[in-house]
Design a protein around this ligand. Structure first.
Ligand code: DX5
Ligand code: ZN
Length: 214
């Protein structure tokens, strides 16, 4: 069953509470929160106080996507505010296994994120224990970019590894997801679809959420 994760980076920050309520009414499954530090990616989004406000308002689960240099920072804080899933970039730490364990030890699902150039193979020894893999389908840092088609092969490779070994991690995709690219990613094996600019700019959010599920 495919799940839709609106990226709140594309919400109206002057009416965040309203957009959260409207997206929940439209059938969104999980909210995706993009945390950027201006170091790992060339942009800064929002931090802990805004994430805590979102957590207070939202009634569906929260998925935090850390685009930060030191992903082991702030894990207890996210757990404390009620976040359900936290993902971090494998390119951001020499100790991905340790960060994964840290997230899980706080009762949250741990996800590992791959930039467009990072091969699926880099996760071989993590796939048994990881809860989800986030395949970036754009370069992280900004909403509204074009889907990078070569990432589809990576989704297929991960799906193949999952089937071969009988693993149960989920595959999430993030970046340039719209009606057309959603179908391609689902077909390749993705079950969690993040969408920012496409969803929030749609005239009818309920229709748009439904259409992404195919
Ligand atoms: C990009 C973020 C995405 C972003 C997606 O660095 O990780 O979550 O909000 O935006 P769209 O769907 O517009 O590509
Ligand atoms: Zn994201």
């Amino acid at each position: 069953m495919v799940k839709i994760l609106p990226s709140l980076l594309a919400a109206d920050f002057t009416a965040l509470g309203e957009d959260i309520g409207k997206m929940e009414d439209a059938g969104a499954d999980i909210f995706h929160l993009d945390i950027m530090d201006g170091q790992f990616v060339p942009n800064i989004s929002y931090g802990l106080p805004v994430a805590a406000a979102i957590a207070k308002k939202a009634s569906i689960p929260l998925d935090v996507h850390l685009m930060t240099q030191d992903p082991d920072q702030f894990i207890p804080e996210f757990a404390e505010m009620g976040v359900d899933m936290v993902s971090f970039h494998i390119e951001a730490t020499p100790h991905p296994h340790r960060v994964m364990q840290l997230i899980q030890s706080h009762g949250m699902k741990a996800g590992i994120v791959l930039n467009p150039h990072t091969p699926a193979d880099s996760l071989s020894y993590l796939l048994r224990e990881v809860d989800y893999v986030l395949v970036m389908t754009v370069n992280p840092g900004f909403g509204g970019q074009k889907f990078i088609a070569s990432c589809v092969d990576k989704i297929k490779a991960l799906d193949g590894m999952r089937k071969k070994h009988g693993y149960d991690f989920e595959i999430e995709v993030d970046g340039g997801i719209n009606d057309e690219t959603a179908g391609i990613c689902i077909e390749a094996g993705a079950g969690l679809l993040v969408s920012g600019s496409h969803l929030f700019s749609s005239p009818d959010w309920k229709q748009a959420v439904g259409a992404l599920k195919g």
